[in-house]
Design a protein around this ligand. Sequence first.
Ligand code: CP
Length: 325
Amino acid sequence: MTQNKSDIPSYPHRDLLGIEGLSPIEISFLLDRSEAFVEHNRQQTSKKLDTLYGRTVVNLFFENSTRTRTSFELAAKRLGADVINMTVESSSIKKGETLIDTAMTLNAMHPDVLVVRHSESGAVKLLSEKVNCAVISGGDGSHEHPTQALLDALTIRRRRGDLAALTVAICGDVVHSRVARSNIHLLNTMGAQVRLIAPKTLLPTKIETMGATVYNNMEEGLKDCDIVMMLRLQKERMQSNFFPSTREYFHFFGLTYEKLANTKPDALIMHPGPMNRGVEIDSEVADDYGRSVIREQVEMGVAVRMACLETMCPIGNDDKGASES
Ligand code: CP
């Protein structure tokens, strides 16, 4: 893949902390850049580029991750960057060092990009204000997971074209979901119709003010939609009982072929992963690769993260001021 860095228009933000506030042009720019990496990543010959040769990316994950952490590492390596992976278990956070002190310590080593995941909403923004390198959010609490929404949008766009023509149903544990929030922002910004389907206990109050139509019944909410995005039931974030039992939850809100019959016949099935099979989605439906694009979402994750790293780490961006995001 050939590319000339001087051809890449500048991105007006230092960081990517969320989708909220990004313009349709900025989102399209990141998706177009991602698109350019999809075929590159599929080639059988060397996938290694030297775009970010000599640059340093630090993955700082305060929460578990398979897809996001691995794909950021792969993306950085494919662009030729040096990558450091830090986990809480192996860091001085275990000795009591604070988030900010950890960030300042890493900042003193002059990384070019910090990719951060944290369990508290707002923690990644706080950290970004203390460092002078670019920061990309790998997800913060129930706030946002911007690269997940971008990879979801890329997957949809490649399959269905214009996002503005689509009705997307986001189903399940919305209240705990940063994926849902980032997707609501992105889909609304790009002109799609957004539906949220969940029991009342798993919906934040006034969520409809974000620009979504709320349903408490799968059959009604799925009617004639183009895309079904299932969300993981995040039991690790639940302090109390949000539903009577997993069995009952699956009965009313788990995606089965029976419920799927309400959508358009060619509706795509999505899930950000990790999946709870038999809880929010029937195993057969998840593995129905005529309609399920769950594996494709993972593939698009690498392309999107390459685009984000390339964009946040442009050549000549040595004057890294305060975040404008
Ligand atoms: N979708 C997602 O963020 O997955 P991981 O938690 O495995 O990164």
